[in-house]
Ligand binder design. Structure first.
Ligand SMILES: [Zn+2]
Length: 284
């Protein structure tokens, strides 16, 4: 089922018929998403009240937002990796912490003020479309859980977020992978604050790539993604090292470094341009 999501278009929510009647991911917390979910469940002869289990692939609001409301209506259990469970207990505090971190990071990298200002509406949306949720079963890497007549193994694969978890059916070789693996686009790797003072900062992209290689080595038939079409992991090869289009700007071959990811070296240094079209002008 596809549930609408502002900014992204839609998120996939998977219904597993059987015992227990299970939803994998839940959509963002807003009326449009809930109505769309309710309608599509009805098309399968299921009411929200019938649901018995909600599995969450990672904490992002487009996957976890409606979990608490579904649980309230149906009495369904919520199961997720324990990192996702921690997010569920204090979603808005954590989102506020990430916003502060993001603001400091992008300002330190010389991102123009109009772009910095634009981040407020996105983080406001994150708060509006998310809710706290209480997780009944906090899973660890390798745990199994019964869902829709299947046994699913939780496989922890952080990188896109800090909590990405695959739910793998080892007998059918199906995997529900959230945003760890998307068929037509590269999953983002999220920069986040360190959890504890003194912790080394996470290398999200390196974590992501190393976990993607582990997934590529698994004997999986079909990966059911968080957005867009299902994916075939055998096609992973060409997409193991996502590259940002601005990657060539990271160094200019003469050892000179850009002063920020937004501005390539030399041209911007010369022009000192901070206008909104700086990036366009500097790539000429
Ligand atoms: Zn997503």
């Amino acid at each position: 089922m596809e549930v609408p999501v502002p900014y992204l278009g839609s998120v996939n929510v998977w219904l597993l018929l059987g015992d227990p009647l299970t939803l994998i991911d839940a959509g963002p917390s807003n009326e449009d998403a809930f109505a769309a979910l309710e309608q599509q469940l009805a098309d399968h002869g299921v009411a929200v009240e019938d649901l018995e289990l909600v599995l969450i692939t990672h904490h992002h609001l487009d996957h976890s937002g409606l979990a608490a409301r579904i649980k309230e209506r149906s009495g369904a259990e919520i199961a997720a990796h324990r990192g996702t469970a921690q997010w569920g207990r204090s979603y808005h505090e954590r989102a506020a912490q990430e916003h502060r971190f993001t603001l400091e990071l992008i300002q330190a990298h010389g991102v123009p003020e109009y772009v910095v200002a634009g981040s407020w509406s996105f983080f406001d949306y994150i708060v509006r479309a998310s809710t706290n949720f209480e997780t009944d079963r906090a899973l660890r890497d390798g745990d199994t859980i019964r869902a829709g007549d299947r046994t699913l193994r939780a496989v922890f694969r952080p990188g896109h977020s800090t909590t990405d978890t695959l739910f793998v059916d080892e007998s059918s070789r199906d995997a529900f992978v959230g945003d760890h693996l998307l068929a037509t686009i590269t999953s983002g790797a999220e920069l986040v604050p360190t959890e504890l003072p003194g912790d080394e900062r996470r290398r999200a992209l390196l974590d992501y790539l190393s976990n993607l290689r582990k997934t590529g080595a698994m004997d999986l038939a079909t990966c059911y993604s968080g957005h867009g079409d299902a994916d075939r992991p055998r096609d992973l090869g060409g997409r193991r090292a996502p590259r940002h289009p601005r990657q060539p700007w990271i160094g200019d071959g003469a050892g000179r470094r850009p002063r920020s990811p937004l501005f390539p070296p030399e041209r911007c240094r010369r022009a000192r341009c901070h206008e909104p079209d700086a990036v366009t002008r500097c790539t000429r």
